[in-house]
Design a protein around this ligand. Structure first.
Ligand SMILES: Nc1nc2c(ncn2[C@@H]2O[C@H](COP(=O)(O)OP(=O)(O)O)[C@@H](O)[C@H]2O)c(=O)[nH]1
Ligand SMILES: [Mg+2]
Length: 307
C-alpha cells in the first residue's frame, strides 16, 4: 500500500465523520449563508477541531467567499479545504527530507503521559532513521514500568537498532548518561531517549525531564535536538492540557499525534497545531512499524476531504 493510501485508511473514521457531512452540506446548499456556516461549524466541532480554531476557519471562509466568486460546489469545496490547511502553523510538513540529520549524534527525547504511544512511536521512528541509512541507539529511560525494557527491546529488534538499558527502578538519568556516552563513543548517528509517563516515586515527572535534559547537555551542550511530545488523538481535549503542562518544563520542538486510526475526531490535529503553535511532526495511523507518517498538511487535508 502506498503512503497516501495508508494515510487515507488510517484517517477513515475522521474522513467519514467530516467528509460525508461537509459533502452533504455543500451539495444541499448553493450559497454560503449563516445557516451554512453554522452547520459547518457544528461539523468541525463534532470532530474536535475546537471552538477557537473552528471560529477562525469560519471567519476566514467568510472573507474568502465574499472576495472570490465561486460557481460550482467543487470550487467551494476547494476553498474549504484551503481554509482547513491554513490553520496549520508554519513548520508543518515543510521539510522535504524529514529523516535527514545535520548533527551527530542527533538526540531526540520523547515525552508524554502513560499509554499515549511513546515507545511504539520510538520504534517506528528508529525504523525510519534506520531506513534512511543511519545507525540508531535507543535509551530506555522509562525505568519505572516493569515491562518497559522488554517492550522497547522488541521494537529495537524489529527496527534493527541498538538499545541501552539498566534494571527496573534505576535512575532514568543514569540510563540517559550511559546512552549519550555510548552514542558518542561508538559514533551513532541518532540517539532516541524513551521516558516514563508517570513516576512511582515522589519525584515530579517534570523535574525528572528537566534533569534528563541537563544530563544530556553535560556531554552534548547543543542537544537535545528534538523534544517530541506524544499525544493520543483519541483522548481529544486532554491532549491540549498535556501539551501546555509539558511545555512549561521542557521546550517542545514537535508533536506526535498517535492512534488517529482509532478515532473519528481527528480534527484535534488542527486544533492542537493552531492553538499550541507547535508543529505536528508525525502522526500514528496504526500499530505496525511502518504506521508512523511524517505529517504533511496537504495530504492530511486531502485524505480527510477527498472522495
Ligand atoms: N491503533 C494505534 N495504536 C497505537 C498507535 N500508537 C500506539 N498505539 C498503541 O498504544 C498502546 C500504548 O503504546 P505505548 O507505546 O506502550 O505507550 P507509552 O506508554 O506512551 O510508551 C499500545 O497498545 C500501542 O500498540 C497508533 O498510531 N495506532
Ligand atoms: Mg513506554
Amino acid at each position: 500500500m502506498g503512503l497516501f493510501d495508508k494515510l487515507k485508511k488510517g484517517l477513515q473514521k475522521t474522513h467519514e465523520n467530516i467528509f460525508n457531512k461537509i459533502d452533504k452540506l455543500v451539495n444541499a446548499k448553493s450559497e454560503i449563508d449563516t445557516d451554512f456556516l453554522d452547520n459547518l461549524e457544528e461539523i468541525l466541532l463534532s470532530s474536535d477541531v475546537g471552538v477557537n480554531t473552528s471560529e477562525k476557519i469560519i471567519k476566514n471562509l467568510k472573507v474568502r467567499v465574499k472576495e472570490e466568486k465561486y460557481e460550482r460546489t467543487d470550487q467551494l469545496k476547494a476553498i474549504i479545504r484551503d481554509e482547513l490547511k491554513n490553520v496549520f502553523i508554519s513548520g508543518n510538513g515543510e521539510s522535504s527530507d524529514p529523516f535527514k540529520i545535520d548533527k551527530k549524534p542527533y538526540v531526540i527525547v520523547v515525552v508524554g503521559v502513560n499509554g499515549v504511544g511513546k515507545t511504539t512511536s520510538i520504534g517506528k521512528l528508529a525504523y525510519n532513521y534506520k531506513n534512511a541509512g543511519y545507525s540508531v541507539l535507543i535509551g530506555a529511560a522509562d525505568t519505572f514500568r516493569a515491562a518497559a525494557n522488554e517492550q522497547l527491546e522488541t521494537w529495537a529488534k524489529r527496527s534493527g537498532t541498538e538499545m541501552i538499558q539498566l534494571s527496573q527502578g534505576s535512575d532514568p538519568s543514569a540510563v540517559v548518561y550511559n546512552t549519550i556516552q555510548t552514542g558518542i563513543a561508538k559514533g551513532f548517528d541518532v540517539v532516541i531517549i524513551d521516558t516514563a509517563g508517570r513516576l512511582h516515586t515522589k519525584t515530579n515527572l517534570m523535574d525528572e525531564l528537566s534533569k534528563i535534559k541537563r544530563v544530556i547537555q553535560k556531554q552534548l551542550p547543543e542537544a537535545p535536538h528534538e523534544v517530541l511530545l506524544v499525544i493520543d488523538a483519541t483522548t481529544g481535549q486532554n491532549g491540549m492540557v498535556q501539551a501546555r503542562e509539558f511545555s512549561i518544563s521542557i521546550q517542545l520542538t514537535g508533536l506526535v499525534l498517535t492512534k488517529l486510526d482509532g478515532t473519528a475526531k481527528g480534527g484535534i490535529v488542527l486544533k492542537i497545531s493552531n492553538e499550541m503553535k507547535i508543529p505536528v511532526k508525525y502522526i500514528g495511523v496504526g500499530e505496525q512499524i511502518d504506521d508512523l507518517q511524517v505529517f504533511d498538511k496537504e495530504s492530511f487535508v486531502k485524505a480527510l476531504l477527498e472522495d
